[in-house]
Ligand binder design. Structure first.
Ligand code: RB5
Length: 168
């Protein structure tokens, strides 16, 4: 469990379409005293967003970072990929309200931003809102447990299918 009195450690990643936003967000976070682990990409040369979403999501899932921030053109591909990693709850937000609710209700541990959707001030406002909001627990905890139960069931089914195949 991250210490709530400490600033969360943040893993950040982007593809070429989110690169400029990643750099702006990284600068902002470091100015605010956050520890930021940047997994790339390092330029606007074309790359594949799943490679970077996976690196950030795995850091969060392994506990090497408390939260992840991702940027691609829309945020969508990054969130789709990050949500394949067990334990990750990634949300796309294009406004501050959605970003706040993503923490308060969904306890999102990864935020995905759209570099082709957001201007820099809006993106920074979204990131601020996401980082300052707290999970509200209560009925929302029960709902997250249902997501986790579904994830576990699907993993168990997959494992059972794999060991069945070995026996055949
Ligand atoms: C890259 O052109 C673009 O498809 C990607 O950045 C992202 O928007 C995908 O969801």
């Amino acid at each position: 469990m991250p210490d709530p009195t400490q600033k969360p450690r943040i893993a950040i990643g982007a593809d070429h379409a989110g690169f400029h936003l990643k750099e702006a967000v990284k600068r902002f976070l470091r100015e605010q005293g956050y520890e930021v682990q940047d997994v790339g990409t390092d330029s606007e040369a074309s790359v594949d967003y799943p490679d970077f979403a996976r690196l950030v999501a795995e850091k969060v899932a392994r506990g090497e970072a408390d939260l992840g921030l991702l940027a691609c053109g829309t945020g969508i591909g990054m969130a789709m990929t990050a949500n394949k990693v067990p334990g990750i709850r990634a949300a796309v937000a294009h406004d501050a309200f959605t970003a706040r609710l993503a923490r308060q209700h969904n306890n999102a541990n990864v935020l995905a931003l759209g570099g082709r959707v957001l201007d820099e001030p809006t993106a920074l406002a979204i990131v601020r809102e996401f980082l300052n909001a707290q999970f509200e627990g209560g009925r929302h905890q029960r709902r997250l447990e249902k997501i986790a139960a579904l994830e576990n069931t699907l993993q168990e089914t997959e494992q059972a299918a794999r060991s069945g195949n070995h026996g055949a």
